[in-house]
Design a protein around this ligand. Structure first.
Ligand code: HEC
Ligand code: HEC
Length: 171
Protein backbone atom coordinates (compact mmCIF):
# COMPACT_ATOMS: atom_id res chain seq x y z
CA UNK A 1 0.00 0.00 0.00
CA UNK A 2 1.38 3.42 -0.91
CA UNK A 3 2.06 6.08 1.70
CA UNK A 4 -0.50 8.28 0.01
CA UNK A 5 -3.22 5.73 0.32
CA UNK A 6 -2.31 4.97 3.91
CA UNK A 7 -2.50 8.66 4.75
CA UNK A 8 -5.92 9.06 3.24
CA UNK A 9 -7.21 5.97 5.01
CA UNK A 10 -5.92 7.35 8.26
CA UNK A 11 -7.81 10.55 7.62
CA UNK A 12 -11.02 8.69 6.85
CA UNK A 13 -10.79 6.42 9.84
CA UNK A 14 -10.17 9.43 12.06
CA UNK A 15 -7.41 7.73 14.05
CA UNK A 16 -5.11 10.73 13.84
CA UNK A 17 -7.38 13.58 12.85
CA UNK A 18 -5.24 16.27 14.47
CA UNK A 19 -2.17 15.31 12.49
CA UNK A 20 -4.12 15.01 9.26
CA UNK A 21 -5.74 18.36 9.83
CA UNK A 22 -2.45 20.06 10.60
CA UNK A 23 -1.06 18.78 7.33
CA UNK A 24 -4.07 19.98 5.42
CA UNK A 25 -4.07 23.42 7.02
CA UNK A 26 -0.32 23.84 6.66
CA UNK A 27 -0.45 23.13 2.98
CA UNK A 28 -2.72 26.07 2.39
CA UNK A 29 -1.87 28.53 5.08
CA UNK A 30 1.89 28.45 4.57
CA UNK A 31 1.82 31.15 1.92
CA UNK A 32 -0.93 33.26 3.42
CA UNK A 33 -2.74 33.06 0.10
CA UNK A 34 -6.06 32.35 1.71
CA UNK A 35 -7.40 35.32 3.57
CA UNK A 36 -9.34 34.30 6.65
CA UNK A 37 -8.68 36.34 9.72
CA UNK A 38 -5.94 38.92 10.21
CA UNK A 39 -3.37 37.84 7.64
CA UNK A 40 -1.40 39.34 4.82
CA UNK A 41 -3.42 40.20 1.72
CA UNK A 42 -3.35 37.46 -0.93
CA UNK A 43 -0.18 37.39 -3.03
CA UNK A 44 -0.66 39.09 -6.38
CA UNK A 45 1.22 39.92 -9.56
CA UNK A 46 -0.01 41.89 -12.56
CA UNK A 47 1.15 39.52 -15.33
CA UNK A 48 -0.24 36.50 -13.49
CA UNK A 49 -3.59 38.21 -12.94
CA UNK A 50 -3.84 39.25 -16.60
CA UNK A 51 -2.62 36.03 -18.24
CA UNK A 52 -3.81 33.38 -15.83
CA UNK A 53 -7.06 35.13 -15.00
CA UNK A 54 -8.31 35.54 -18.56
CA UNK A 55 -9.96 32.13 -19.05
CA UNK A 56 -10.69 31.23 -15.43
CA UNK A 57 -10.11 32.71 -12.00
CA UNK A 58 -6.39 33.30 -11.39
CA UNK A 59 -5.88 30.32 -9.06
CA UNK A 60 -3.98 31.46 -5.95
CA UNK A 61 -0.37 30.23 -5.91
CA UNK A 62 -0.73 28.86 -2.37
CA UNK A 63 -3.15 26.18 -3.55
CA UNK A 64 -0.49 24.08 -5.32
CA UNK A 65 3.08 23.20 -4.37
CA UNK A 66 6.04 24.44 -6.44
CA UNK A 67 6.57 21.22 -8.48
CA UNK A 68 2.95 21.42 -9.64
CA UNK A 69 3.31 25.04 -10.78
CA UNK A 70 6.50 24.21 -12.66
CA UNK A 71 4.70 21.38 -14.43
CA UNK A 72 1.68 23.58 -15.27
CA UNK A 73 3.97 26.28 -16.69
CA UNK A 74 5.98 23.72 -18.67
CA UNK A 75 2.85 22.50 -20.44
CA UNK A 76 0.98 25.67 -21.39
CA UNK A 77 0.85 24.64 -25.06
CA UNK A 78 -1.39 21.72 -24.06
CA UNK A 79 -3.13 23.17 -21.06
CA UNK A 80 -6.13 21.02 -20.09
CA UNK A 81 -7.20 20.71 -23.70
CA UNK A 82 -6.38 24.26 -24.73
CA UNK A 83 -3.37 26.31 -25.84
CA UNK A 84 -2.44 28.86 -23.18
CA UNK A 85 1.02 29.70 -24.49
CA UNK A 86 2.47 33.06 -23.50
CA UNK A 87 5.77 34.71 -24.41
CA UNK A 88 8.80 33.28 -22.65
CA UNK A 89 9.82 36.29 -20.51
CA UNK A 90 6.26 36.70 -19.19
CA UNK A 91 5.96 32.97 -18.54
CA UNK A 92 9.26 33.01 -16.62
CA UNK A 93 8.09 35.94 -14.47
CA UNK A 94 4.77 34.25 -13.73
CA UNK A 95 6.46 30.95 -12.87
CA UNK A 96 8.78 32.76 -10.44
CA UNK A 97 5.77 34.39 -8.78
CA UNK A 98 3.88 31.08 -8.52
CA UNK A 99 6.85 29.14 -7.17
CA UNK A 100 7.78 31.84 -4.63
CA UNK A 101 4.27 31.86 -3.25
CA UNK A 102 3.51 28.16 -3.67
CA UNK A 103 1.98 26.05 -0.93
CA UNK A 104 4.05 23.50 0.91
CA UNK A 105 4.28 20.05 -0.62
CA UNK A 106 3.06 17.70 2.05
CA UNK A 107 1.87 14.76 0.07
CA UNK A 108 4.19 12.64 -2.03
CA UNK A 109 3.63 13.05 -5.76
CA UNK A 110 2.11 10.04 -7.47
CA UNK A 111 4.46 8.13 -9.75
CA UNK A 112 2.85 9.87 -12.71
CA UNK A 113 4.32 13.20 -11.59
CA UNK A 114 3.08 16.33 -9.82
CA UNK A 115 -0.66 16.93 -9.51
CA UNK A 116 -1.70 19.59 -12.02
CA UNK A 117 -5.17 20.29 -10.70
CA UNK A 118 -6.02 21.96 -7.41
CA UNK A 119 -9.33 20.12 -7.62
CA UNK A 120 -7.50 16.78 -7.52
CA UNK A 121 -5.55 17.49 -4.35
CA UNK A 122 -6.46 15.80 -1.13
CA UNK A 123 -6.73 19.21 0.43
CA UNK A 124 -9.42 20.29 -2.04
CA UNK A 125 -11.43 17.10 -1.57
CA UNK A 126 -11.27 17.51 2.16
CA UNK A 127 -12.45 21.14 2.11
CA UNK A 128 -15.32 20.18 -0.17
CA UNK A 129 -16.32 16.82 1.25
CA UNK A 130 -19.71 18.21 2.22
CA UNK A 131 -20.47 19.53 -1.25
CA UNK A 132 -22.50 16.96 -3.19
CA UNK A 133 -20.84 15.95 -6.49
CA UNK A 134 -24.09 16.90 -8.26
CA UNK A 135 -23.58 20.51 -7.14
CA UNK A 136 -20.24 20.64 -8.93
CA UNK A 137 -21.75 19.12 -12.06
CA UNK A 138 -24.78 21.42 -12.24
CA UNK A 139 -25.12 23.65 -15.32
CA UNK A 140 -24.80 26.72 -13.08
CA UNK A 141 -21.44 25.61 -11.69
CA UNK A 142 -19.92 23.74 -14.65
CA UNK A 143 -17.28 21.86 -12.71
CA UNK A 144 -15.23 22.13 -9.54
CA UNK A 145 -12.55 24.21 -11.31
CA UNK A 146 -15.03 27.05 -11.63
CA UNK A 147 -14.37 28.37 -8.13
CA UNK A 148 -16.12 31.68 -8.75
CA UNK A 149 -19.50 30.00 -9.24
CA UNK A 150 -19.69 29.52 -5.46
CA UNK A 151 -16.89 31.63 -3.99
CA UNK A 152 -18.23 35.11 -4.59
CA UNK A 153 -14.85 36.81 -4.21
CA UNK A 154 -12.61 34.19 -5.82
CA UNK A 155 -11.40 36.85 -8.24
CA UNK A 156 -9.87 38.68 -5.30
CA UNK A 157 -8.35 35.47 -3.94
CA UNK A 158 -10.87 35.32 -1.10
CA UNK A 159 -12.43 31.94 -0.28
CA UNK A 160 -13.70 32.36 3.26
CA UNK A 161 -16.77 30.50 4.44
CA UNK A 162 -18.67 33.76 4.77
CA UNK A 163 -18.29 34.47 1.05
CA UNK A 164 -19.80 31.30 -0.42
CA UNK A 165 -23.10 30.86 -2.19
CA UNK A 166 -23.82 27.63 -4.03
CA UNK A 167 -26.05 28.51 -6.99
CA UNK A 168 -29.44 26.86 -6.89
CA UNK A 169 -30.17 24.61 -9.83
CA UNK A 170 -32.94 25.77 -12.12
CA UNK A 171 -35.67 23.13 -12.56
C1 HEC B 1 -6.72 29.98 -23.08
C2 HEC B 1 -7.40 29.85 -21.79
C3 HEC B 1 -6.53 29.60 -20.56
C4 HEC B 1 -5.49 30.37 -20.09
C5 HEC B 1 -4.90 31.64 -20.69
C6 HEC B 1 -5.05 29.73 -18.84
N1 HEC B 1 -5.81 28.63 -18.57
FE1 HEC B 1 -5.64 27.44 -16.94
N2 HEC B 1 -7.20 26.30 -17.61
C7 HEC B 1 -7.88 26.49 -18.80
C8 HEC B 1 -8.87 25.44 -18.96
C9 HEC B 1 -9.85 25.29 -20.12
C10 HEC B 1 -8.78 24.63 -17.79
C11 HEC B 1 -9.64 23.41 -17.45
C12 HEC B 1 -10.89 23.89 -16.71
C13 HEC B 1 -11.85 22.78 -16.36
O1 HEC B 1 -11.47 21.61 -16.30
O2 HEC B 1 -13.01 23.10 -16.10
C14 HEC B 1 -7.72 25.21 -16.97
C15 HEC B 1 -7.32 24.69 -15.74
C16 HEC B 1 -6.27 25.17 -14.97
C17 HEC B 1 -5.84 24.59 -13.72
C18 HEC B 1 -6.47 23.39 -13.01
C19 HEC B 1 -7.72 23.82 -12.25
C20 HEC B 1 -8.29 22.68 -11.40
O3 HEC B 1 -9.13 21.93 -11.89
O4 HEC B 1 -7.85 22.53 -10.25
C21 HEC B 1 -4.75 25.31 -13.29
C22 HEC B 1 -3.95 25.07 -12.03
C23 HEC B 1 -4.52 26.35 -14.27
N3 HEC B 1 -5.47 26.25 -15.27
C24 HEC B 1 -3.52 27.29 -14.19
C25 HEC B 1 -3.29 28.29 -15.15
C26 HEC B 1 -2.19 29.21 -15.10
C27 HEC B 1 -1.12 29.25 -14.03
C28 HEC B 1 -2.33 30.05 -16.18
C29 HEC B 1 -1.42 31.20 -16.61
C30 HEC B 1 -0.06 30.87 -16.94
C31 HEC B 1 -3.51 29.61 -16.92
N4 HEC B 1 -4.06 28.54 -16.27
C32 HEC B 1 -3.99 30.20 -18.08
C33 HEC B 1 -7.68 27.52 -19.70
C34 HEC B 1 -6.73 28.51 -19.60
C1 HEC C 1 -20.14 24.08 -5.89
C2 HEC C 1 -19.59 25.21 -5.19
C3 HEC C 1 -18.08 25.33 -4.99
C4 HEC C 1 -17.09 25.35 -5.94
C5 HEC C 1 -17.23 25.27 -7.45
C6 HEC C 1 -15.82 25.50 -5.22
N1 HEC C 1 -16.07 25.57 -3.87
FE1 HEC C 1 -14.68 25.89 -2.42
N2 HEC C 1 -16.11 25.61 -0.98
C7 HEC C 1 -17.45 25.42 -1.24
C8 HEC C 1 -18.12 25.09 0.03
C9 HEC C 1 -19.62 24.82 0.20
C10 HEC C 1 -17.10 25.09 1.01
C11 HEC C 1 -17.21 24.65 2.46
C12 HEC C 1 -17.67 25.64 3.44
C13 HEC C 1 -17.68 24.86 4.74
O1 HEC C 1 -18.60 24.05 4.94
O2 HEC C 1 -16.78 25.02 5.52
C14 HEC C 1 -15.85 25.45 0.35
C15 HEC C 1 -14.64 25.61 1.01
C16 HEC C 1 -13.51 26.11 0.40
C17 HEC C 1 -12.33 26.59 1.10
C18 HEC C 1 -12.17 26.66 2.61
C19 HEC C 1 -12.81 27.94 3.10
C20 HEC C 1 -12.71 28.12 4.60
O3 HEC C 1 -12.66 29.27 5.04
O4 HEC C 1 -12.69 27.10 5.30
C21 HEC C 1 -11.43 26.98 0.15
C22 HEC C 1 -10.06 27.60 0.39
C23 HEC C 1 -12.04 26.74 -1.14
N3 HEC C 1 -13.29 26.22 -0.96
C24 HEC C 1 -11.42 26.97 -2.35
C25 HEC C 1 -11.98 26.63 -3.60
C26 HEC C 1 -11.27 26.71 -4.86
C27 HEC C 1 -9.82 27.19 -5.02
C28 HEC C 1 -12.14 26.31 -5.84
C29 HEC C 1 -11.89 26.16 -7.32
C30 HEC C 1 -10.69 25.43 -7.71
C31 HEC C 1 -13.41 25.99 -5.16
N4 HEC C 1 -13.25 26.18 -3.82
C32 HEC C 1 -14.58 25.57 -5.81
C33 HEC C 1 -18.07 25.49 -2.46
C34 HEC C 1 -17.43 25.47 -3.69
Amino acid sequence: MSARRRASMRMRSGVQPAIAWAAVAGFVLSSGAIASGPKLPPATNAAWKAECGSCHVAYPPGLLPAPSWRAVMAGLDRHFGTDATIDAPTAAAIEAFLVTNAGRDRSPSPAAGPILRITETRWFRHEHDEVAPAKFRSPEVKGASNCGACHLNADSGRFSEREIRIPRSQP
